[in-house]
Ligand binder design. Structure first.
Ligand SMILES: [Zn+2]
Length: 295
């Protein structure tokens, strides 16, 4: 069944677990994510990142996501990931999305507040939830499709300058009325080039100032231990994509190698199915970590 982000995350906050939010730029991943959530009987978030429009457009994939969410046996939120403009957020809402992320985190604080406020006003008027971002999430030069181009610690004078400031987070949430806030504490979009060093206390410091659901972007490559601590500290939504896509890619590679070794033809439908199976295994393993407190 189709539900809002607010509803799904408030339940997660109460139950002290996190809901996985998976990007689904093809039907194989939509199936993999929904089937995994149904088999584990846990809620899930299907999301489309605006920067994946080159793989499949919002107009093409949006109606399919909404349809699959409606017929699922578990609660599913359909969410726009990293919406870059008011117009894209409104387009997602018209397609039936129950949540949108408006990401103006690269802009100055006041502009981020003003833009987010506008989206919140329009979205809340029709019962749709809003996620926004404050701080500077890193983006790897390898596969960091979501968010902006390569961003690493060397772009800043100190880590304190790029991580989310607790006082500003409080001001941001109070002024905008967002339902969830993506915070920066050392995670990175794409493949981690060095072992992630997360400032997990930062989550607690922000939660002490403003107690709303927090979102971790760049979930691929974070250790099970760090995930669990981040969830205990207040993370309720975890964006996860890179590793599941790599698992699909690896399975496709292995299938092709197997066919070549057997001297048999390679059919694309078999490649797609092998990838789907691997994506499902990876997604399901991630879900088990995120929802370990209720499984
Ligand atoms: Zn992100």
């Amino acid at each position: 069944m189709l539900v809002t982000l607010k509803e799904i995350l408030e339940n997660a906050k109460e139950g002290k677990y996190a809901v996985g939010a998976f990007n689904v730029p093809n039907l194989e991943s939509i199936r993999a994510v929904i089937e995994s959530a149904e088999e584990l009987n846990i809620p899930v978030i299907l999301q489309h990142a605006e920067c994946h429009d080159n793989l499949i457009s919002l107009d093409e994939v949006g109606p399919i996501m909404v349809e699959w969410a409606k017929k699922a046996t578990v609660p599913v939120c359909v969410h726009l990931d990293h919406g870059e403009s008011f117009e894209t957020c409104m387009k997602a809402i018209r397609l039936g999305f129950t949540s949108v992320m408006f990401d103006a985190s690269a802009k100055p604080f006041e502009e981020n507040v003003a833009g987010t406020k506008e989206v919140v006003k329009a979205a809340h008027a029709v019962g749709v939830s809003v996620e926004a971002e404050l701080g500077n999430m890193f983006t790897s030069s390898v596969g960091g499709g979501e968010g902006r181009g390569p961003v690493d610690a060397s772009n800043f004078n100190s880590l304190d300058d790029c991580y989310t400031n607790p006082d500003l987070a409080k001001q941001f949430v109070e002024e905008t009325g967002v339902d969830a806030l993506a915070i920066a504490f050392g995670t990175s979009h794409g493949v981690y080039l060095t072992e992630p060093q997360l400032d997990l206390n930062r989550i607690t410091q922000i939660k002490e100032k403003i107690d709303i659901p927090f979102v971790m972007h760049g979930g691929s490559g974070v250790s099970e231990e760090d995930f669990k601590q981040a969830i205990r500290n207040g993370i309720t939504k975890i964006n996860y994509y890179t590793y599941s896509s790599m698992a699909g890619g690896k399975a496709a590679q292995e299938w092709i190698a197997k066919c070549e070794a057997e001297n048999s033809p390679v059919f694309f439908h078999d490649v797609a199915m092998a990838a789907q199976k691997a994506i499902k295994e990876d997604v399901k393993a991630a879900m088990k970590v995120f929802a370990s407190s209720i499984l």
